[in-house]
Design a protein around this ligand. Sequence first.
Ligand SMILES: *Cc1c(COP(=O)(O)O)cnc(C)c1O
Length: 321
Amino acid sequence: MLRAVFQTRNPMTFPVSGTGSAGMEFCFVNLIEPGDEVVIGVNGVFGNRMCDVAERCGARVHRIETEWGRIIEPDALATALRQCRQPKLVAVVHAETSTGALTPPADLARLAHEAGALFVLDTVTSLGGCPVALDDWGVDAAYSGTQKCLSAPPGLAPVSFSPRAVETARRRKTKVQSWYLDLNLLAAYWGEDRVYHHTAPISMNYALHEALRLVLTEGLAARWQRHQQNHLRLKAGLESLGISFAAQEGHRLWQLNAVHVPPGVDEAAVRHRLLNEFGIEIGAGLGPWKGKVWRIGLMGENSRPENVDRLLDALRRTLHR
Ligand SMILES: *Cc1c(COP(=O)(O)O)cnc(C)c1O
């Protein structure tokens, strides 16, 4: 079922024990050896986190610094790749949860491959909420999380490695610096031999199994369409309140709506009222967007027209006061 949701045929597709960040670490610790050059797109919190993780693996990191709310452009990647001698991998966040921007991955993957690098994609917020097609796009390694658009509790990180990525991990000269996240040990555990490695969080695996069953019962296309329609419903309602979107037009996420706080409004007071009086939690801005934006999640089961209407009504009343 994970292969179906990731749209991949990669045999090496399974849930790593730990939250989405464990999936991020899994990709970097297995693919990077000390001294490797890596190129990372940074257009929000999670691109920054990937740089931190890669540096801890001993990588020499080239950052593609991009304005918050904007996507990672192919031209910017091409420029960064020209500054590398032998890039090992390129990593990008598909759906930047801190800004609401959706970066199209296919051209970036092609540029990475032309430079001889692997392409790694963070799909924590995208998987189950908008199209993710690892094989069509040429993604070599991807990771996700259970608690965003898959609507399971937090605790597992679905990952997928292409045969090329698996080869890269198998041919390492140095040991993977993390015993817990070592692909070769985990492959033996998930493989036919079921060699004991660690105690998997069994209850979470059942939860993910059920969540994936629900995703596939609904159907991927129907699920994406539901996320899109509820985003449009929210957008129309917010615009009638004079509230505009913060991320680059044409590249906005359906499942995470980052919007400008209207001038003169105490943004924290509004969030607290929504939570305490209406039982609705919306996210605050992070980093440079702290105090300037709200982030409204419409993820998985939560993406429902009645939830959109309830929020719009609560927001209208709160702003009026
Ligand atoms: C939430 C998130 C993560 C981290 O996942 P955790 O489950 O919080 O560890 C990584 N990348 C993106 C894009 C995310 O939204």
